[in-house]
Design a protein around this ligand. Structure first.
Ligand code: BG6
Length: 506
């Protein structure tokens, strides 16, 4: 991240990417390395080794990645800077090998020893598993058996991508497998939401300002709404999504990380372990979920941003009678001193009206006594809204007097937009995460206990949903704000969701 002041290049090292020809490598990992080169945050001595099953030369691999990088940059109307690219490209070697075969790892070991000697890499290696999750235990096991995770002569770290397990049992099994060969501090479990600047800024907002801490509790806060709305459908990922659904895909990882950032107690320091301990404590305080606390939905055909789109059940590789949810909403109760009685409402879904992620904190209403003549429903409560994407910023909504002889109130807004204050270097969202691994800062990565605690929380819902068929699926039109039942979840508590919209103007 980091809350510490890291801005020097990381130590010399090798980065080994398993899944060198995969989508993640092309779309995110290599562009992130290029962006790190741009900001001077790539190791001065770097060897980038790609491992995948196809046969190709290092030159071919490099050329293919360059073509992809050009398209990624073009989205931002940028052209490739050849000098920068040569810093990345000059370090690249491709190794063709099967992830399941021991010889791949003996060849890799030989190659790493050679590169280490030639380039003075200090024995440091970061392994990145940019592969389908079925390979996580295979690669970790083979790396361990080949003694490639032995960190006595330099660091050895392993990045594990999402999904980290499919439920509690599989997450536990994966942790057990990794921990058989690696120490916990060698494992970096990525949740890419923690790579977002606006998510990291929640800590700065809460702990870097005297203003907010005294009001950040059940005395002043009525409830919290966390929304991660997407307008895209399942695109080409029908097969994956049929086995996953919105809950597994988004909640125990991304949305729970947002909850943790908002709700954890202040850590005693910004050391990774202190922060991770507070997050783990928070997960322990979340009450087990009941089926009455959750709502699921699936999109029907509809119109999203003026385009007609098909129902989920008509998407490629989706069963025509699928009961998989593309939307999930829930009410979390956090049973601790700070949050008792303050519900956290979470919702996420595909094919909603727009792409919009925010954390909205609603403060308790002022006593009405002074405003007896103002209709109560016109007296809006105060809101602090942390906009995660796409219009990154913070809004504070409060009541002001409408000009005129009468004391009439109107909700107004103070706005902070990131883009107005900071120049943000172009980023794909993986820069900070990769940099942090290279310097050994695990703050933004999930510890084994956190991952398991999150799965344990959603486990009863996963079981309950599996055992009962949803009624009325599909139950929301593409382009809407989700199923009506999600409104009922808040209505039961006398509350309602904020509209899902971009906060460009007021
Ligand atoms: C991924 C999910 O983890 O996060 C996707 O698998 C989802 O289904 C994506 O679209 C959302 O991430 P972002 O950064 O685009 O908001």
């Amino acid at each position: 991240m980091s809350m510490q002041s890291h801005n020097a290049p990381p130590p010399a090292c090798a980065i080994v990417i398993f899944g060198a020809n995969g989508d993640l490598t092309k779309r995110l990992v290599v562009p992130a390395l290029y962006n790190l080169a741009r900001t001077g945050l790539l190791p001065k001595n770097l060897a980038l080794v790609g491992v995948d099953h196809n046969k190709k030369t290092s030159e071919e691999w490099t050329a293919q990645l360059k073509v992809f990088l050009v398209t990624v940059l073009a989205k931002n109307s940028e052209e490739i800077d050849e000098t920068l690219w040569s810093k990345v490209a000059g370090s690249m070697t491709f190794l063709s090998g099967d992830f399941e075969k021991p010889e791949t790892y003996s060849q890799l070991k030989g190659l790493l020893a050679e590169l280490n000697q030639k380039q003075g890499l200090g024995g440091n290696v970061l392994f990145y598993m940019a592969v389908a999750d079925r390979f996580f235990p295979v690669i970790a096991g083979k790396l361990g058996e080949a003694a490639l995770m032995d960190d006595t002569k330099g660091f050895r770290r392993l990045i594990v991508e999402k999904p980290f397990g499919h439920d509690l049992a599989s997450a536990r099994a994966l942790n057990a497998c990794l921990l058989k060969y690696l120490k916990e501090e060698q494992i970096y479990r990525i949740d890419h939401f923690l790579g977002k600047e606006t998510v990291q800024n929640i800590m700065a907002l809460r702990f870097g300002n005297g203003l907010f801490e005294p009001i950040w509790n059940r005395d002043r806060i009525d409830h919290v709404q966390i929304t991660v709305a997407e307008s895209i459908g399942v695109e080409t990922r029908g097969k994956f999504y049929e086995a996953t659904g919105a809950l597994r895909d988004m909640i125990p990882n991304h949305l729970f990380q947002l909850v943790a950032m908002v709700a954890m107690e202040p850590p005693v320091s910004f050391d990774a372990e202190d922060i991770r301990a507070k997050k783990a404590e928070l997960f322990k305080a979340i009450q087990p979920l009941a089926l009455t606390d959750v709502v699921r939905g699936q999109y029907d055909a509809g119109t999203v941003q003026d385009a007609s789109v098909p129902a989920y059940r008509k998407e490629p590789n989706v069963s025509p009678d699928s009961n998989i949810e593309t939307y999930a909403a829930m009410r979390l109760k956090i049973d601790n001193w700070r949050w008792a009685g303050v519900p956290f409402y979470l919702r996420t879904g595909k094919r909603l009206n727009i792409r919009s992620s925010e954390i909205a904190i609603r403060f308790k209403q002022a006593p009405y006594a002074l405003f007896r003549d103002t209709p109560v429903d016109e007296l809006d409560a105060d809101w602090l809204i942390l906009r995660i994407q796409p219009d990154e910023g913070i809004r504070l909504r409060f009541n002001a007097k409408r000009p005129g002889p009468a004391m009439m109130l109107e909700s107004v807004s103070m706005r902070f937009n990131y883009k107005d204050y900071f120049h943000q270097a172009p980023a794909v969202g993986y820069e900070t995460l990769i940099y942090d691994c290279l310097i050994g800062d695990a703050t933004l990565f999930q510890r084994a206990d956190q991952v398991e605690a999150a799965w344990a929380l959603v486990e009863p819902v996963l079981k309950g949903w599996q055992d009962t068929n949803p009624r009325h699926f599909p139950n929301y039109a593409a382009g809407s704000e989700g199923p009506i039942a999600a409104n009922d979840l808040l209505a039961k508590d006398g509350r309602s969701w904020r509209a899902i919209r971009i906060l460009g103007g007021k």
